[in-house]
Design a binder for this molecule. Structure first.
Ligand SMILES: NC(=O)c1ccc[n+]([C@@H]2O[C@H](COP(=O)([O-])OP(=O)(O)OC[C@H]3O[C@@H](n4cnc5c(N)ncnc54)[C@H](O)[C@@H]3O)[C@@H](O)[C@H]2O)c1
Length: 442
């Protein structure tokens, strides 16, 4: 039987026959955050030894679900929103990762965030794979009722792939304990029994864990202190600049200030403020929780958003969104150390510039792993219905973060690579070793 010519002109069964003019998600160029992640995997591949034969596992999300989220708005009309849940890898355990509500959420972003969760969970050695979800919506435009309806409909839609032993969502940008409570309730109602372990970051009265809210910021602070010991920086004299003063940036800023550091600049979606002598962090946190932003904080100077990147400081903490440190601003950064509270805040090109300038980058995949570590504690507590004290939680968190950071530091020194590549080496080896042990089925 003769075959019709293939549209690319290639023989039907040759590899070229499977190429197309449209970019595949395996193409690292022009893919946004997912492309950045693919480049990071390429950088680590030479260090994976025999496990490199499995590396494509890391470049292909295991499962990607796109859902339609229709809700009734308060004015009686119906609105549809794009929702996603991506399970990047489940070789080491169930999927685990947050849910983001933001107007710029894209599939590429959710894919990248899910992959970074795989890396992060393996880096701190918690028994999870990586997953992430999101809805393309600006929740500030929604009423409380609309926010609840969108959360519940989204949870029902992704209910086919989540569950306490399948995939466990948690809060991320613009989602919080209340959103997790609605997610837990919706899943439980659909299942017919209360399943507290389906999400983490819940209110403490609903099976949440003490210390979870502060955990990511505490992890950021912990790795900062450890890195300072290695580099001889005195934290009590350090000047700190923070981008994003929400859950992660706000808590990290507070812990650095408590340790004697001066938080000299803070930027959030409302603007940028600066005070050379150090901002009064508790007052600023109270202002943000009252007003919703750092804008209008009385005891500081307002500076241009772009000037934030050249503020004189020792430690810079990006704790907002991804792709903030770029080729354009990396050359102007004054800090000696960048601690990535946010996920994916530095582009690979900016990473190289910071490296060449001798600025130490503590990468997201280890620096912000405190949140998922305490999420793991929450999940364990939910399964056993036995809850630990806040001191126990903080102690175990600090122990895990210190141990994971020390291991990554050692791998970086041994291989003369950046801490990001070192974290990827540790994590990718663990993931691919699990894949190798499990084999392929069917
Ligand atoms: N919450 C967690 O446990 C956790 C864990 C790991 C990583 N992260 C990551 O940390 C980052 C922040 O998460 P969060 O939970 O603190 O979110 P959040 O919603 O509590 O705070 C986000 C902050 O970013 C600021 N922001 C938003 N857009 C901005 C912009 N264009 N310029 C400057 N600032 C802007 C907001 O004003 C806010 O202060 C995200 O990248 C998230 O993925 C969060």
């Amino acid at each position: 039987m003769s075959q019709a010519p293939h549209p690319t002109g290639a023989a039907a069964n040759s590899p070229a026959a499977f190429t197309s003019a449209l970019p595949s998600y395996l193409d690292p160029t022009n893919l946004g955050p997912w492309g950045i992640y693919l480049q990071q995997v390429d950088r680590v591949t030479p260090y994976l030894g025999n496990l490199a034969r499995w590396v494509d596992t890391l470049k292909r999300p295991k499962r990607t679900l796109i859902v339609d989220v229709p809700i009734h708005l308060d004015d009686g009309s119906i609105a549809h929103f794009e929702g996603y849940r991506v399970q990047h890898n489940t070789s080491r355990g169930p999927g685990k990762g947050g849910v983001r509500f933001h107007q710029n959420v894209t599939l590429s972003e959710v894919m990248a965030l899910s992959a970074w969760m795989s890396i992060k969970n393996a880096a701190v050695n918690v028994p999870y794979g990586g997953a992430k979800g999101g809805i393309r919506v600006d929740p500030r435009q929604l009423s409380m009722g609309e926010l609840e309806r969108i959360t519940r409909r989204y949870t029902s839609e992704i209910g086919i792939i989540i569950g306490p032993s399948k995939d466990i969502p948690a809060p991320d940008v613009n989602t919080n304990e209340q959103v997790m409570a609605w997610m837990m309730d919706t899943y439980s109602m659909n299942e017919g029994s209360t399943a507290t372990g389906v999400v983490t970051g819940k209110p403490v009265d609903l099976g949440g864990s003490l210390g979870r809210r502060e955990a990511t910021g505490r992890g950021v602070f912990t790795v900062g202190v450890e890195a300072a010991k290695h580099t001889g920086m005195d934290i009590s004299k350090a000047r700190v600049a923070v981008q994003g003063f929400g859950n992660v940036g706000g808590v990290a800023g507070k812990l650095f200030a408590d340790a004697g550091a001066k938080v000299v600049a803070v930027q959030d979606h409302g603007g940028t403020i600066y005070r050379e002598a150090g901002l009064d962090v508790p007052s600023l946190l109270a202002h943000v929780s009252r007003v919703g932003s750092v804008a209008g904080f009385p005891h500081a100077e307002v500076i241009a958003n772009d000037a934030f990147w050249e503020v004189p400081c020792d430690i810079l903490i990006p704790a907002a969104l991804e792709q903030q440190i770029t080729e354009e601003n990396a050359g102007r950064i004054q800090a000696k150390m960048v601690i990535e509270g946010a996920n994916g805040p530095t582009t690979p090109q900016a990473d190289d510039i910071l490296h060449d300038r001798g600025i130490l980058v503590l990468p997201d995949v280890i620096a912000n792993a405190g949140g998922v570590t305490v999420s793991y504690f929450e999940w364990v507590q939910d399964f056993s219905s036995f809850f630990w004290s806040e001191d126990e939680i903080n102690e175990r968190l600090v122990k895990i973060m210190k141990g994971a950071f020390a291991a990554v530091w050692q791998v970086a020194e041994e291989n003369k690579v950046s801490l990001r590549t070192a974290t990827f080496i540790v994590a990718c080896k663990r993931i691919l070793h699990a894949r190798d042990l499990r084999g392929l089925y069917p």
